[in-house]
Design a protein around this ligand. Structure first.
Ligand code: SF4
Length: 406
């Protein structure tokens, strides 16, 4: 999912502060008003107006904006209806989001509006990896979702393909497709993404992948190559965490340019991803109507980012690099004497401090080894810090995670 998660009022507050902090206050406020006016109109958009792109070689077209479901969708029935009305018909969920209440929320929606099931490209994920447990997981997901099939079934959060996506899984996938319970299969990844994508491209039976991808990672040469590999292999790609949030604030004055141009910085970051035609769509965490409308407005807006816009994003990425973990866990974790899943812990910190979603952060921490607090506190991070491409203060951040969530 995308990291597009701050609530609408905090976005407005940020933008107004940004406008007030520098020159061009009047033009900033006017730009902000234009952005919100466009978002207001998005609510009336024809669902057919939502641009769609081919999803790899599946023959299916998906909307370029999808709804990320890592939230309790039992409480979001109106949001689901509005999303579909605006053409956001790619719905992403997982067996473990919000303790199953994400899938159950979609199931409650379909129970009430069964005619909408066919309009949705429904994606769920399993935390399991053996065919037997994947089968049980899928059965439970279908029960909760109140449907007899999902369009796309992902293995959740892979950090490597070799040894995980093996022949036994392939055979199970063939059976699940044959009996009509899944249409397509793939995996999601937010660790070691480039390696996962390149390895998957060498297989010939992966239909789709959802990976962390944003204005920061798109400039990494390994990632560019991996995306090329998948595009050539006909694998459909969905980008998540497209806002690329840094742990700490800073450099926001650079982003003022986008307000002056009549778009929010969140919209600019979405556009940067959509400008790569190899990406079929963005899966964005949208937990209220204001964010949904803002993102739909960006999807419907045909204007392109300029070269200057792209260089502003690149400048911002450089300025805030040391506050953003790119998930390359193989780099730092191999240099630690203690087995600390640094990239996973960094993601928990991001959920807590940039999404303000402590529940999601705690749930993710709970999936880590039970003695994680001791490991976080006793590890020596000096060598890992020296090799981190983002120059992150790994030790300080791991200790902070131990204190706050361990
Ligand atoms: S801390 Fe640095 S080396 Fe480790 S995963 Fe994050 S960016 Fe990569």
């Amino acid at each position: 999912m995308s990291t597009n998660k701050s609530n609408a009022s905090s976005r407005r507050d940020f933008l107004k502060k940004a406008c007030g902090a520098g020159v061009g206050i009047a033009s900033g406020v006017a730009g902000l008003d234009r952005a919100w006016a466009k978002a207001g109109k998005a609510a009336d958009a024809d669902p057919a107006a939502m641009p769609r792109r081919p999803f790899g070689k599946t023959g299916v077209q998906v909307p370029i904006l999808g709804l990320g479901g890592s939230q309790n969708l039992m409480n979001r029935q109106l949001l689901l209806a509005q999303a579909l009305k605006m053409g956001v018909s790619y719905w992403d969920t997982s067996d473990n989001y919000s303790g199953g209440r994400s899938e159950a929320g979609i199931g409650a929606y379909f129970a009430k509006r069964p005619e909408d099931r066919e309009k949705v490209f429904l994606v769920t994920k399993t935390s399991s990896s053996s065919p037997r447990s994947m089968d049980a997981s899928l059965r439970k997901s279908l029960e909760r979702l109140k449907t007899d099939y999902v369009d796309l079934f992902f293995m959740h959060g892979l950090s490597r393909v070799e040894g995980e996506v093996d022949n036994a899984v392939r055979e199970w996938v063939a059976d699940a497709k044959a009996d009509g319970r899944i249409r397509f299969f793939g995996f999601s990844t937010h660790r070691n993404m480039a390696a996962c994508l390149s390895q998957a491209a060498r297989l010939d039976w992966i239909d789709g992948i959802m990976m962390t991808y944003n204005y920061r990672l798109m400039n990494d040469s390994d990632m560019r190559q991996a995306v090329d590999d998948c595009a050539q292999a006909g694998i459909g790609l969905i980008a998540m965490k497209t806002q690329g949030p840094a742990f700490s604030f800073g450099g926001d004055e650079i982003m003022q340019r986008f307000v002056d141009r009549g778009m929010t910085k969140y919209q600019a970051r979405l556009k940067a991803v959509w400008e790569n035609p190899q990406i079929a769509g963005i899966c964005s965490h949208m937990d209220n109507l204001a964010i949904l409308k803002e993102n739909v407005a960006a999807a419907l807006d045909p204007s392109a980012l300029s070269g200057r816009d792209r260089s502003v994003l690149a400048q911002y990425a450089r300025r805030t690099a040391s506050a953003y973990c790119t998930g390359c866990g193989d780099v730092c974790e191999s240099l630690l004497d203690d087995a600390v899943p640094v990239a996973d812990v960094m993601r928990c910190l991001m959920y807590a401090h940039r999404y303000n979603d402590y529940q999601m952060a705690r749930e993710a921490m709970a999936r880590l080894p039970s003695d994680i607090r001791q490991r976080l506190l006793r590890a020596d991070y000096a060598r890992a810090e020296s090799q981190c491409p983002q120059r992150m203060a790994i030790g300080a951040l791991m200790r902070r995670a131990a204190e706050e969530m361990g």
